[in-house]
Design a protein around this ligand. Structure first.
Ligand code: NI
Length: 136
């Protein structure tokens, strides 16, 4: 596999308030807030020291993260890995015990590239980002 860390996903209740806290630590906003109408969440990216952080907050009660936020509060909850051999790596992860939470679906906040979420019983959730079309 050729996985590369793309971002750390943070669950936050309120995007604007979270941005202020991250800015106090020296992060800068690299992509303004985008509404993901498939997952019903608001997404914003920040960076510091070459670490990319994704803030994910629910835009409505039935968002994909509303349940998670109630359970875990504000916290990091996934690491996203980019890969240029998405289909192959996705299958390899499934063969290695990871379970697919959803199916590969375009992510508006990531220029509509496909992402899929997987979970490992011993490790929790990861996200796989398809960058195979990027250089074409
Ligand atoms: Ni993510």
């Amino acid at each position: 596999m050729t996985l590369k860390v793309h971002h750390i996903g943070y669950l936050v209740k309120k995007t604007e308030a979270a941005i202020l806290s991250f800015q106090a630590l020296g992060y800068r906003v690299t992509r303004e807030t985008v509404y993901d109408d498939i997952r019903k969440v608001n997404i914003c990216f920040l960076e510091k020291d070459n670490y990319r952080i994704e803030l994910v907050s629910p835009a409505s009660e039935d968002s994909v993260v509303s349940g998670l936020l109630k359970k875990y509060k504000n916290c990091p909850y996934h690491i996203c890995y980019e890969t240029s051999s998405f289909d192959e790596d996705y299958q390899t992860l499934l063969a290695n015990g990871f379970l697919s939470i959803d199916t590969p679906t375009p992510a508006p906040a990531l220029r509509d590239r496909n992402v899929v979420f997987l979970t490992s019983a011993s490790m929790g959730m990861i996200e796989l980002l398809d960058v195979s079309q990027d250089s074409r």
